[in-house]
Each structure stands twice: as structure tokens, then as C-alpha cells.
Design a binder for this molecule. Structure first.
Ligand code: NAP
Length: 312
């Protein structure tokens, strides 16, 4: 483990704190105007070349396509060993509609199918992507514990679980990582979830850390969005203007450190309890390289408090 690397929860996984969120790698169902697959593969290649090892994907990105493209890059570069691949499942297509399934049989089949798409014989971190309504959460996680014993996965994650679902899932202490939405605009997890993950030595991996790009500092009141962001309340009407104003208030702190707003924001999360690693999404290789600059940012207690206050 190098000086900057970090361990995820109680697991044996050691990662660069700046990872790669890969829902834009092959995720044409999420970003209809995504560039081509080769750009997505370049994003993954660049990450691995630059020392980013923690790569976050899921069955539903594509669907299946993100995992496949990542599998192709792992094979082509011969970098499977250095990579820490996280994937997720819970979505099941039934007569063309999606239902959520956390049953042991579905999770086991999902792991086997993901292994094929990723062209590997182990998944470093496997998450239950969303809770279903019926499966007891400790039973679902128990199924993952058996897959861990078999060596098919190395660590256990859950995603989008409420505090009660997380407590139930972690009844036997098996949960290594929780991934849920968290960014400076959306801070509910600070109340109960982060104290619990801290106490239980579970790593909390925030998704949408850049609020889908809004905290990247590049958008203006004239920016238009042709994907799901066009309906996202953070990006519409008066709220969008207010949010841009908050982002503007970060510029002077970022400038004083010779970094961009995105780096400042990402560095702020790494000062929060139980947040060991981040998975900012990238659509272009340049964004991957840029996000690594976060590791150069040192924040004083006063700066941490000022950023906190702007978004309170
Ligand atoms: P995000 O990380 O909040 O935002 C990523 C977007 O920010 C990029 O697509 C890019 O958008 C912009 N960006 C990236 N680097 C930047 C930089 N250096 N400066 C300025 N802008 C920058 O959102 P996300 O990608 O949706 O979420 C991160 C990851 O979390 C996903 O990739 C996925 O792996 C995971 N996720 C998980 C769940 C779940 O249910 N567990 C849900 C959502 C996401 P533009 O190029 O368009 O500006």
C-alpha cells in the first residue's frame, strides 16, 4: 500500500482514493448522447494507466455494456491484477419491465454472469444495487458471504439502502461498503448513515459526488442538458441559478490552491468520516486525469468549515 492508498472498510481491498465511476462507459441507457464505445474504453485505459485502480460499474449500465467494455480493457491491457473492480446487480427484466431482486439465487446468478462479461474469475467488490421489497437483507448479504467464501467476490457492498436496511444487512457484520447518493447539495446521509458506517468500519462511497457535473464548476446559466439532468430539480428553474451561485463561492478557494472547483469538492468529501474513496464519473479521458489532481489538495479545518457552511 502506497502512502496515498486506502483500505475499503474491513476488507482486503486497497485502492487509490480517486476511483472511476463508469456509468458513462457504455452507459447509453443513462446518457443517450454519449460518445462512442472507444471513448468509454479510453476512459478506462487512462484510469488504469494513471494509477486509478477502483472502477465502479453495474449490470444496469448499458445494460451489461459497461461491464463488457471494462472486461475488454482489462483483457487487452493485462491489468486485471492491479484493478479493483466493483459491480452491482438487483435489476431484473421481466416482460420488458424492471423489477428489483435481492434473492440469494438471483444474486448468485448475477455474480456468475458479471464474471463472464468482465472476463475475470473474481469480482473485487459486489454490491446489491438497490433493495428489493421482499428479501430479508441479512439473507441477501449472507448469500454474498457464501460467494466470498467461494472466492467469486472479495468484498460485500450494498447500495441505496436506508439506515434500517443497512443495519439489517449488516447483522452479521459482513458489509464492507455502502454506496449511496451524497454530495454537497444532498447531505441526508450525514444524520444517521455516516455515524453508523464510521462506527461499523464500513466505507461509504458517495455516488453523484459532483452532483452529475454541477459541482464541477463548468456549467453556467446558459448550459443546456439533453439527458436526465434536464428534469433534475438541481438543474432546473430558480434552484439551478441558486446552485450555480453556491458553486461560484467555491472558486476563490479553488484558485488559491491552484486547482479547479471539482478538485476542491472531491477533496472535501475525503475529509468526511468513513469516506475513504470516491468514484467521480468521467465521459472523457481528460476528466479522469483532471480528477486525480484532487490528491494534491490539502484543506485546513477553516476551509472545510467554510465549504460546509456555503452548502448548509
Ligand atoms: P458525478 O460523478 O456526480 O458527475 C460526473 C460528471 O461530472 C461527469 O460525467 C462530467 O459531466 C462531470 N465531470 C467529471 N469530471 C469533471 C471535472 N474534473 N471537472 C468538471 N466536471 C467534471 O455523477 P455520476 O458519474 O453519475 O456518478 C458517479 C458514479 O457513481 C457513476 O459513474 C456510477 O459508477 C455511480 N453511480 C451509482 C449509483 C447507484 O445507484 N449506486 C447511481 C448513480 C451513479 P459532463 O462531462 O457532462 O460535464
Amino acid at each position: 500500500m502506497t502512502e496515498q492508498q486506502t483500505r475499503l472498510g474491513k476488507s482486503e481491498l486497497v485502492v487509490n482514493p480517486i476511483g472511476l465511476g463508469a456509468n458513462a462507459v457504455g452507459g447509453h441507457n443513462i446518457y443517450p448522447n454519449l460518445l462512442n464505445d472507444e471513448t468509454g474504453k479510453d476512459v478506462v485505459r487512462t484510469a488504469l494507466e494513471q494509477g486509478i485502480n477502483f472502477i465502479d460499474t453495474a449490470f444496469i449500465y448499458g445494460p451489461e455494456h459497461s461491464e463488457r467494455l471494462i472486461g475488454e480493457v482489462l483483457k487487452e491491457t493485462g491489468k486485471r491484477q492491479q484493478a479493483v473492480i466493483a459491480t452491482k446487480a438487483a435489476h431484473k427484466f421481466v416482460d420488458g419491465s424492471i423489477v428489483l431482486d435481492n434473492s440469494p439465487a438471483f444474486l448468485k446468478a448475477s455474480v456468475d454472469e458479471a464474471l463472464k462479461r468482465l472476463q475475470t474469475d473474481y469480482i473485487d467488490l459486489f454490491y446489491i444495487h438497490f433493495p428489493d421489497e421482499h428479501t430479508p437483507k441479512d439473507e441477501a448479504v449472507g448469500a454474498l458471504a457464501r460467494l466470498k467464501e467461494e472466492g467469486k467476490i472479495r468484498a460485500i457492498g450494498v447500495s441505496n439502502f436506508s439506515i434500517d436496511q443497512l443495519r439489517e444487512a449488516n447483522r452479521d457484520g459482513y458489509v464492507d461498503v455502502l454506496q449511496s447518493e451524497y454530495n454537497l447539495f444532498k447531505r441526508e446521509v450525514e444524520k444517521e448513515i455516516l455515524p453508523y458506517t464510521t462506527e461499523q468500519h464500513i466505507s461509504f462511497v458517495p455516488y453523484f459526488p459532483l452532483a452529475a457535473g454541477l459541482l464541477g464548476g463548468k456549467y453556467t446559466k446558459d448550459t443546456t442538458f439533453k439527458d436526465g439532468r434536464a428534469q433534475n430539480p438541481l438543474f432546473t428553474g430558480e434552484a439551478y441559478i441558486r446552485n450555480l451561485d453556491k458553486v461560484d463561492q467555491l472558486r476563490s478557494i479553488a484558485q488559491s490552491k491552484n486547482v479547479e472547483v471539482a478538485h476542491l469538492v472531491l477533496a472535501w468529501y475525503l475529509t468526511q468520516p468513513s469516506i475513504d474513496a470516491l468514484i467521480p464519473g468521467a465521459k472523457k479521458p481528460e476528466q479522469v486525469v483532471s480528477n486525480l489532481k484532487t490528491l494534491e489538495v490539502r484543506l485546513s479545518a477553516e476551509e472545510i468549515a467554510v465549504i460546509d457552511q456555503i452548502f448548509r
